[in-house]
Design a protein around this ligand. Structure first.
Ligand code: 9MR
Length: 393
């Protein structure tokens, strides 16, 4: 792997003059994300099971070469791991453990307690009634102990609670079955159970839409409250499902400053940039939000026009400039997928579109956006260095 930290010609790279002019191999050979950001933060990727178990071999190879952390996109969700009350299925999740260990990548567990992708049995009680608080706490404890216990020492950190914050209204917490059946303290319990199962693992609160001022303030209030109560939270993840023009860079910067003020690890956990038109609620990555649309909502079915490629590259470059400014607090930046074909954004919020949100295209070729994140303008990035080794940054 080549460390590109001091490669001068990259600094001279301007967005108008991308790949072909740069004289770099069009396949990205020689450029390496995990090496380039090794002194700043881990660079992670969410992978589908086929990308780690050998079925999609080329994707696995690229991911292993370019990224230092991997998050299972779906395989560690409750529905995947624990489909029936008396049955666990660890096969797919185990493949990630093997993949991460073979490629010296950190494995991130996603996710233990989430209102979505939890089978209905989890919330069901006797005689068609909802489960009681006592039963729910038992189920949560048993699940967390089984899963975190199995991967003790193998998973670096867990998204313990995912998306507990509400998107609107006066309440801080979302009206989820977890909250309805247990109460607001379900969040605290989840972290305590995880800590019991693996005292060394990092334990994160993870959510989307934190660039919205109100939701961000609620997140800070939630986590501060947890810290005051001695809940073992060690990090906060801002998912970062973005668009080309939303949220503003200032809002992204403010989110990272606010999260940094908690003095916990800060992670960008699910980064992607939707390039398609949207109608409303661009910040709400709730998978249950569904819309329909005509052809005008799906304009790039035969490829992304160069002009938009460049906008996307610039967007990623600007985001990474902000991430580098916050690198004292940020421990990981994870992309929510390796390539455009894999992305959930092809089906959200309108099903069956052709989106182009990631660094690699459908043929697994690096896009201008891939090259743009290497533009580490240290002078503008500012801030102190993380390592004491005197590396020039
Ligand atoms: O990318 C994931 C997609 O494949 C799943 O169908 C969906 C539902 O499980 O979840 C997607 O990932 C979500 C993540 O787990 C939590 N934050 C929002 C992500 C996008 O919906």
């Amino acid at each position: 792997m080549t460390n590109l930290r001091n490669v001068g010609h990259l600094k001279a790279f301007t967005l108008a003059l991308w790949v072909p002019v740069m004289g770099l191999a069009a396949d990205g050979a020689g450029l390496n994300l995990r090496a380039a950001f090794a002194q700043d933060f881990m660079i992670g990727v969410a992978l589908a099971t086929a990308q780690v178990d050998g079925r999609d071999r080329r994707a696995g190879e690229i991911a292993a070469e370019q990224f230092s952390a991997v998050t299972p996109e779906n395989a560690m969700k409750w529905q995947s791991l624990h489909p029936a009350w008396d049955r666990y299925d660890f096969k797919a999740a185990d493949a990630y453990v093997e993949f991460a260990s073979r490629h010296t990548m950190s494995l991130i567990g996603h996710t233990l307690v989430w209102h979505s992708q939890a089978p209905s049995w989890v919330f069901a009680g006797a005689e068609g009634k909802p489960a009681t608080r006592e039963v729910m706490l038992k189920r949560m404890q048993e699940h967390i102990h089984a899963v975190v216990g199995r991967y003790k020492g193998k998973v670096k950190g867990w998204d313990v609670v995912n998306e507990a914050l509400s998107d609107s209204g006066a309440d801080i917490l979302r009206d989820s079955p977890w909250r309805r059946l247990i109460g607001d303290d379900f969040v605290d319990h989840a972290f305590r159970f995880a800590k019991e199962a693996d005292p060394q693992a990092e334990l994160y609160y993870n959510d989307y839409g934190l660039d919205d001022e109100r939701k961000r303030a609620n997140c800070i209030q939630l986590v501060r409250g947890m810290l005051d109560r001695g809940v073992p939270v060690t990090g906060v993840g801002t998912q970062s499902h973005f668009h080309l023009d939303y949220p503003s860079l200032a809002a992204v910067d403010q989110t990272l400053s606010a999260l940094s003020s908690l003095r916990l690890k800060v992670m960008v956990t699910e980064l992607d940039v939707d390039v398609l038109p949207y109608r409303e609620n661009p910040g709400i990555a709730d998978i249950s939000r569904r819309q329909t649309g005509d052809k005008t909502m799906d304009p790039y079915t035969s490829g992304l026009p160069e002009e938009i490629q460049i906008k996307l590259a610039k967007r990623y470059r600007d985001l990474f400039a902000i991430y580098l400014r916050h690198r004292e607090a940020i421990t990981r930046v994870t992309f929510w997928g390796l390539d455009d074909g894999q992305s959930w954004l092809n089906d959200f919020p309108i099903a069956g579109r052709t989106n182009h949100p990631l660094l690699f295209d459908r043929e697994l070729k690096p896009k201008p956006a891939f090259f743009s994140v290497f533009q580490k303008e240290r002078a503008t990035a500012g801030g102190a260095t993380k390592d004491a080794g005197g590396t020039t940054k």
